[in-house]
Design a protein around this ligand. Structure first.
Ligand code: HMG
Ligand code: MG
Length: 310
């Protein structure tokens, strides 16, 4: 049991590997592999698997088979299959595909918004108004993601007040929850706490999540810093898959296996079976023909192999 005080006892981990991870893979991945990955992750116990993106296939070719994937996965009761949408057209497709939650996205940096979605922050929020109305009518949850909340590859520093301002816009739009995303993984623990302190003034922390990429090896420390101030929902990507097509050099999200190893070590409850996630990480790493980026995933597999040969 943890000696750290005041941590939330229950933490929700949102698995974003099938979307945030795979979107960055240049070589086409077989649909069947993607389906098996999503099914394995749901079976591991995640309450939310970000499975698809209904974006322009010209921009993100790897997500072009999202409708087929959503149609063919065997759905596990209790798991929400969430999908990213950039506009009303994407929203129509996400609703038709039975997404349980849709994710709209903007940035805390103007320069990044232009590169990622080809418009200003204000324009992007306006573009999402019809999307939000459609989500309300359909009774589907709406989540807002704020990229570059801890730094921008084009603009450099990003002020916590700028993140809070976009959070407010997302709340006004009707988002049920907001993700604070460190797209390029530059944030450090003090900066993470400063951002959440700013955003907590416009939205309770219970409705926010930390989405940390691990480019500078800070993601786990950033999770702990966020836990300490009351954030209890985090995103992670199995085998540390990913990067960002519009943020050069950015690596994948924090690896799910590493996050679960830490959370369970702290005695915190996630409802997710780490061993099954390790297997899912091995499955997708083998399919991609490379080693997993998860250190806990690799170590746990080695430990198993050692135990089996004794
Ligand atoms: P655009 O080129 O400015 O505008 O794209 P457009 O309206 O002219 O559309 C271009 C083409 O896409 C057209 O087709 C449209 O019909 C089509 P064409 O005439 O060239 O054949 N199109 C669509 N096709 C399918 N589904 C749609 C759709 N909409 C248009 N929904 C647009 C504007 C927003 C569409 C484009 O910029 C886009 O799709 N961007 C998505 C970028 C993206 O997915 N980025 C990665 C996700 S964000 C992320 O990973 C960050 C996150 O993880 C948090 C973090 O870490 O920061 C969430
Ligand atoms: Mg991301």
């Amino acid at each position: 049991m943890s000696t750290l005080k005041h941590l939330p006892t229950r933490v929700e981990v949102v698995e974003v590997g099938p979307r945030d991870g795979l979107q960055n893979e240049a070589a086409p991945i077989a649909l069947q592999t993607k389906i098996e990955l999503v099914e394995r992750l749901a079976a591991a116990g995640f309450a939310n698997v970000e499975a698809a993106a209904f974006v322009s296939p010209r921009w993100v070719p790897q997500m072009a088979d999202s409708a087929e994937l959503m149609a063919r996965i065997a759905r596990r009761p209790g798991t929400v299959y969430s999908a990213l949408v950039p506009n009303a057209r994407g929203m129509e497709a996400a609703l038709a595909a039975g997404a349980g939650e849709v994710v709209v996205f903007s940035a805390a940096s103007e320069a990044f918004a232009q590169r990622n979605i080809n418009c200003s922050i204000a324009e992007s929020i306006a573009r999402f108004e019809p999307v939000a109305a459609m989500a309300r009518d359909a009774g589907v949850k709406l989540r807002g993601s704020i990229s570059c909340a801890l730094g921008c590859p084009y603009q450099g520093e990003v002020q916590p007040a700028a993140v809070a301002e976009v959070t407010q816009r997302m709340v006004d739009l009707g988002c049920d929850s907001v993700d604070i995303a460190d797209t390029i993984g530059v944030g450090t623990p003090g900066a993470v706490q400063a951002v959440f302190e700013a955003t907590s003034r416009v939205l309770p922390l219970a409705r926010q999540a930390g989405h940390f990429h691990d480019t500078y090896g800070q993601a786990l420390a950033n999770v702990l810093a966020a836990l300490e101030i009351g954030v209890a929902r985090f995103h992670a990507s199995v085998a540390g898959l990913g990067g960002c097509p519009y943020a050069k050099g950015a690596t994948g999200n924090l690896a799910t296996e590493d996050l679960l190893y830490m959370l369970h070590g702290l005695g915190l409850h996630t409802g997710v079976d780490l061993d099954s996630v390790v297997d899912a990480g091995a499955f997708i790493s083998d399919a991609l023909g490379r080693a997993s980026h998860s250190r806990a995933g690799r170590a746990l597999r080695l430990r198993r192999a050692g135990a089996a040969s004794e």
